[in-house]
Design a protein around this ligand. Structure first.
Ligand code: DAT
Ligand code: MG
Length: 138
């Protein structure tokens, strides 16, 4: 089976809090390969494509605003079962209940805002990964 790829984002809160290195260290320690990495300041159009599945939800507008509040680090990440594996490293969406040992569980903070600022994004399926890698790496 060919090595799988996923899109990882260190979101604006992760970059602003100086956690990019700490997050990359966990990814590298796990053994995943960095194929490409770049600092990106996405416009609304790119974010609308990336978060199309969430259009209309209560957190959608705050999410797009938050994602435009500063640069993100986009990573093309490769490895065996990396889609599932990175989601496991990241932890569940809500940082308050994300398991200790995960990025969100250890480092994520619940700011009590309309949107969870949970440090990272990881694609959730092979279809999402292919679509999202196209959006961020063209
Ligand atoms: P994930 O990032 O864990 O894949 P998701 O795709 O369901 O989660 O949602 C995308 C982002 O939107 C998520 O990282 C943070 C925000 N979000 C999701 N559900 C939320 C909620 N119920 N309240 C606030 N923000 C939410
Ligand atoms: Mg998601």
């Amino acid at each position: 089976m060919p090595t799988e790829e996923t899109l990882v984002l260190v979101k604006p809160d992760g970059v602003a809090r100086g956690l990019t290195g700490a997050i990359l260290a966990r990814i590298e320690a796990k053994g995943y390969a960095l194929v490409d990495i770049r600092l990106v300041e996405p416009d609304r159009e790119r974010l609308e494509k990336h978060y199309a599945e969430h259009a209309g939800k209560p957190f959608y507008e705050p999410l797009l605003e938050f994602m435009q509040s500063g640069p993100s680090v986009a990573i093309r990440l490769a490895g065996n079962r990396v889609i599932e594996g990175f989601r496991s490293l990241a932890g569940t969406t809500d940082p308050t209940t994300a398991a200790p040992g995960t990025v969100r569980g250890d480092l994520g903070r619940d700011w009590g805002l309309a949107v969870q600022q949970n440090l990272v994004h990881g694609s959730d399926s092979p279809e999402s990964a292919a679509r999202e890698l196209g959006i961020w790496f063209g």
